[in-house]
Design a protein around this ligand. Structure first.
Ligand SMILES: NC(=O)c1ccc[n+]([C@@H]2O[C@H](COP(=O)([O-])OP(=O)(O)OC[C@H]3O[C@@H](n4cnc5c(N)ncnc54)[C@H](O)[C@@H]3O)[C@@H](O)[C@H]2O)c1
Length: 262
């Protein structure tokens, strides 16, 4: 018997129960669809139940297994209900993909305390609440995987992100949290990694796309001269969610068309 498994087996999520937050559209939608294609039973979660159900239908049409569950990740009681539903419906919580987030472009001096709290509540506290609730189950089960979706906009990367002070603070927090969680949870066989996307073509960048010249300038800055497709991030999420990354924990993987290299 070879000690080297087939790629199909290494990347397989067959029978795994996976939660994807922020999955009604954008990257979350493609993470959910790709995970289902890799054999996972997927909980499609977001703030709108009907939108989640549409993604579930897409998955089912292609022969996958999924359920929809509304959850605002900034609310502990909704997060607890998400984990409970996952356990009840699929029997376990094997992988959590913390993907939900907001980017509320705001001038620094116009940024209110409420703006700051809303962004940090969703982008950072929400990741903590989902992680803690999921990790409790994973610890009891004897292991699991958590994948955070951070951003290249996390600070200390040598490029600036105007009008996003609260967003960059939250994504920097995710980078730190990834390392700290990896250290705390390795003893329970729970791996924690993050993917840091560059500029990806989702509704989140509509404000940039609305101004054609600023979008063109943004694309020209990128060595690959194009924004990424959502599924190009999902492929990295699949890598981190699967046995393909079995010896990785505490890492932040940049998927950015060479942006940080430029
Ligand atoms: N698009 C980019 O260029 C880019 C770059 C780097 C990182 N990211 C990150 O990728 C992730 C996915 O974003 P996207 O680009 O697909 O944008 P998107 O706006 O299409 O998706 C974000 C999703 O999160 C959901 N969401 C917002 N608040 C929520 C809450 N309180 N509870 C649950 N869900 C909530 C939204 O409803 C939406 O479906 C985010 O964490 C974002 O910060 C995006």
């Amino acid at each position: 018997m070879s000690d080297v498994k087939d790629p199909g087996e290494i990347f397989s999520l067959e029978g795994k129960s996976i939660i994807v937050t922020g999955a009604r559209r954008g990257m979350g939608r493609t993470h959910a669809i790709l995970m289902a294609k890799a054999g996972a039973k997927v909980v499609v979660s977001d703030i709108d139940q009907k939108d989640c159900e549409r993604v579930v239908e897409e998955i089912k049409e292609e022969g996958g297994e999924a359920i929809a569950k509304k959850c605002d990740i900034s609310k502990k009681e909704e997060v607890d209900a998400l984990i409970k539903t996952t356990k009840n419906e699929f029997g376990s919580v094997d992988v959590l993909v913390n993907n939900a987030g907001i980017a509320d472009f705001k001038d620094f001096f116009q940024m209110t305390e409420e703006d700051w709290e809303r962004t940090l509540d969703i982008n950072l506290k929400g990741y903590f609440l989902c992680s803690q609730a999921a990790a409790k189950e994973m610890k009891e089960q004897g292991g699991g995987v958590i994948v955070h979706v951070g951003s290249v906009a996390m600070g200390q990367v040598g490029i600036g992100f105007p009008n996003l002070v609260h967003y960059v603070a939250s994504k920097g927090g995710i980078a730190g949290m990834t390392e700290a969680m990896a250290v705390d949870l390795a003893q329970y066989k729970i791996r924690v990694n993050a993917v840091a996307p560059g500029m990806i073509d989702t509704p989140m960048i509509d404000p940039i796309k609305a101004d054609k010249s600023s979008m063109e300038a943004a694309v020209q800055r990128l060595p690959m001269k194009r924004a990424g497709e959502p599924v190009e991030i999902s492929k990295a999420v699949l890598f981190l969610a699967s046995d393909a990354s079995s010896y990785m924990t505490g890492a932040v993987v940049n998927v950015d068309g060479g942006w940080l290299a430029s």
